[in-house]
Design a protein around this ligand. Structure first.
Ligand code: FMN
Length: 449
């Protein structure tokens, strides 16, 4: 049996994601990083040289003046990933697209195109969108409530995957000698009629070398976890402590096992920023310096309303008790996250200021220290099943360079991380099997019966 291997992803948030309002002041970051293909090519090539499994492009479609700098002005994920596909050969290309503001046919076609352009390296992070304001950009009076959002996501995925099964192996005969282009028996309509979608099919694009794009899921609510456990190949999440990581890992894999899935066929990847110094003390100093510089309390307070449907918390006295009534505004937004913050404030009797500070501290990383210390800690999390791999937040570029040059070689020397890619496809590198084409599977079942 081959030894279990750590997986690595890269999350580039250019001029600064949540909590990083001032990161763009770092002169190592081009001022236009979030919309510069040259910048993306440069960092993704670095990640590919270091044998990272994937690059993950987060996304949303609603902004306010208080949105993080990267969110204000950034490239659309599939357009960006298609450009990256042409200048890379092994790294997986994963992007967020929402099931709430797309149609399955469109999305299935675009991801299948990326999967073919990249020769089997596409991944889709399925989200239902937590930004309630997005509805206003898509001709809807309001965002779907949680149950509707997730019901729609389940049906959306079923339709998308059904469309990806339109073409059986060998459907495209393309035989110049006989003049036969197509074996029509191997091309299938879908004829889906459901609660949200009516889709005839077939999809007008064949399957890729990895069969279908890899499905990622990042919802943390009960519904989100069930969706991940039932259909995802990999899970993006956050974990502040090893215990939290282990609890999420066990919960998710337990849900999958109860649904009859092999838990090893789901890769759990929490995201972290990582700070490396010459010594542990220096790394802590670097982290403190960045934390103080990257966001002021006023900026944190303005951004704090994001999970609460962008409710404006600046209207409250920061030193009065946390305004619990604000949770009402999170109902169709990032409710799970908003509820966690509110519960903490109530349990500990915190003021708004203290709550904002505590929420910022959650973003702190367990991976801060010398290269040796960081590698030890990653190994501990990996071996105690708090993660199968980690998504590294690019953050300040100098830190990403240190991670690649100093930490990755230690992980490699310990036999935890690859020296060479095992496969040409993302699915292959993540150790996932190719999903069967629904029609081929049905035929096999019929023949076996
Ligand atoms: C690591 C991670 C990455 C995420 N990336 C995105 C993203 O790119 N776009 C987005 O709209 N939501 C993103 N989300 C949010 C969720 O997918 C989900 O919509 C949100 O957490 C609200 O649903 P929930 O209460 O089920 O978690 C991400 C969540 C996590 C944990």
């Amino acid at each position: 049996m081959t030894k279990r291997q750590l997986k690595l992803g890269l999350v580039p948030t250019g001029v600064g994601g949540p909590g990083d309002s001032n990161r763009w002041l770092d002169t190592d970051i081009p001022l236009d990083a979030s919309v510069s293909i040259d910048w993306y090519v440069d960092i993704v090539r670095q990640a590919e040289q270091a044998k990272f499994d994937l690059v993950f492009i987060v996304d949303s479609q609603f902004i306010t003046p208080h949105s993080p700098p990267h969110y204000l002005n950034r490239l659309e994920p599939l357009t960006l990933l298609s450009a990256l596909a042409a200048v890379t050969s092994r790294i997986g290309l994963v992007g967020t697209l929402t099931t709430s503001y797309n149609d399955p046919f469109n999305l299935a076609r675009r991801f299948a195109s990326l999967d073919l352009i990249s020769k089997g390296r596409a991944g889709w992070n399925v989200v239902t969108s937590g930004n309630a304001g997005t509805a206003g950009n898509f001709s809807l009076p309001e965002h779907f409530d949680y149950d509707t959002r997730y019901r729609r996501a389940v049906e959306f995925l079923d339709v998308t995957r059904g469309l990806w099964s339109s073409w059986e192996e060998g459907a495209l005969v393309r035989d110049r000698a006989t003049g036969q282009f197509l074996d029509a028996d191997k091309l299938h309509r879908l004829d889906h009629r459901g609660e949200f979608f009516q889709v005839a099919g077939p999809l007008n694009i064949q399957r890729s070398p990895q069969g279908e794009p890899v499905i990622f899921q990042a919802g943390d609510s009960d519904q989100g976890r069930d969706l991940g456990a039932s259909i995802a190949d990999a899970i993006f999440t956050h974990a502040a402590t090893i215990e939290q990581g282990q609890a999420f890992y066990a919960d998710l894999k337990g849900r999958a096992a109860r649904l009859g899935r092999d838990p090893d066929e789901i890769v759990v990847l929490p995201g972290f920023s990582i700070t490396v110094g010459d010594t542990d003390a220096e790394a802590r100093d670097i982290e403190r310096h960045y934390r103080e510089q990257d966001q002021s309390f006023e900026q944190a307070l303005a951004e704090f309303g994001r999970p609460f449907g962008w409710h404006d918390f600046r209207r409250y006295d920061p030193d009065a008790p946390f305004p619990v009534e604000a949770l009402e505004h999170a109902k169709s937004s990032f409710y799970t996250q908003a509820k966690k913050v509110t519960d903490l404030a109530v349990a500990e009797g915190l003021t708004l200021r203290q709550t904002v500070e505590r929420a910022r501290a959650w973003r702190g990383s367990p991976f801060v220290g010398s290269a040796e210390t960081v590698a030890n800690e990653i190994q501990r999390w990996f071996e105690s099943r708090a993660l199968d791999g980690l998504n590294v937040h690019l953050g300040h570029p100098a830190q990403f360079t240190r991670f690649i040059r100093e930490v990755v070689p230690v992980l490699r020397d310990r036999g935890l991380f690859r020296r060479e890619y095992e496969a040409d496809t993302l699915r292959g590198n993540l150790g996932l099997s190719i999903p069967g084409n629904r029609h081929e599977q049905r035929d096999r079942r019929r023949n076996a019966a």
